[in-house]
Design a protein around this ligand. Structure first.
Ligand code: RET
Length: 251
């Protein structure tokens, strides 16, 4: 029995199974990152804790989406009459819980990266502010039923460009000055992050934005991105930190 709000276009059991699979990957990664923390001395655990907090948050968000919760039907103005959607009149399932996850995890991801570059507080605060603008405009745009949604998407894009500018400019120079370990780790994780994060607004445009792809395809698109952006990226960062000391970063 389905209680609660049901959109005309929503995930199927396949989408749900996939969301639970990603939930398990996030939970497993959290255990690994925490287990690794306890092999280090206390003063060297900060990056393990931040990274584990990221995957733990995602684990709960994916549990929510697998259960078809944390979502709301939104009138879709531009339904494309393709094979799978032609029968669907009107509303699309929008997972607002995604944005609650990102509101917590994207500032943590950027903190992971910017602490590795040893940037000053002022830069960290400015980048985190832009990040919050990006996520909140994305949420408001996703819940908007008219073409104004693309206005919010555009604000979010400006915020993303500012974040990437800070990473490839000031933060990269800062990391280089800290020596080989920090600069190599920052470069590897910064390049991967910059590439991945530009794929999110594309996924948004095809899902919450334009209603072009089915919610099951949305699940796969965002799911693959999240697995690479959280556990895989986090493992790379922690691997880079094997030859960096917190002292080197001013921590
Ligand atoms: C939105 C829509 C508005 C414009 C832009 C977006 C970018 C979102 C990003 C999300 C990153 C999420 C991550 C999650 C955890 O792994 C909000 C989709 C620019 C970059 C990395």
């Amino acid at each position: 029995s389905v209680v609660g709000q049901q959109a005309n276009l929503a995930i199927t059991t396949h989408g749900s199974d996939w969301y639970f699979t990603v939930c398990a990957i996030m939970g497993f990664s959290t255990l690994i990152f925490m287990g690794m923390a306890f092999t280090k001395q206390q003063s060297h655990r900060i990056f393990n804790y931040i990274t584990a907090a990221i995957t733990a948050t995602a684990c709960i968000a994916y549990f929510c989406m697998g259960s078809n919760l944390g979502q709301v039907p939104i009138q879709a103005e531009f339904v494309r009459p393709n094979a799978r959607q032609v029968a669907a009149a009107g509303t699309r399932e929008i997972f607002y819980v995604r944005y609650i996850d990102w509101f917590i995890t994207t500032p943590l991801l950027l903190t992971d990266l910017l602490l590795t570059a040893g940037v000053p507080w002022s830069s960290l605060i400015a980048v985190l502010f832009a990040d919050i603008v990006m996520i909140v405009t994305g949420l408001v745009g996703a819940l908007t039923q008219t073409r104004y949604k693309w206005g919010f998407w555009t604000f979010g894009m400006f915020a993303l460009f500012y974040i990437i500018y800070e990473l490839i400019g000031p933060a990269r120079r800062n990391a280089s000055a800290l020596g080989d370990g920090p600069s190599k780790t920052f470069l590897m994780c910064g390049v991967l992050l910059s590439f991945l994060w530009f794929l999110y607004p594309i996924a948004w445009g095809l899902s919450e934005g334009g209603n072009v792809i089915h919610p099951d395809s949305e699940a796969i698109f965002y799911g693959i991105l999240d697995v690479i952006a959280k556990p895989v990226w986090g493992a790379l960062l922690l691997f880079g930190h094997r030859n960096i000391t917190p002292h080197q970063l001013g921590l």
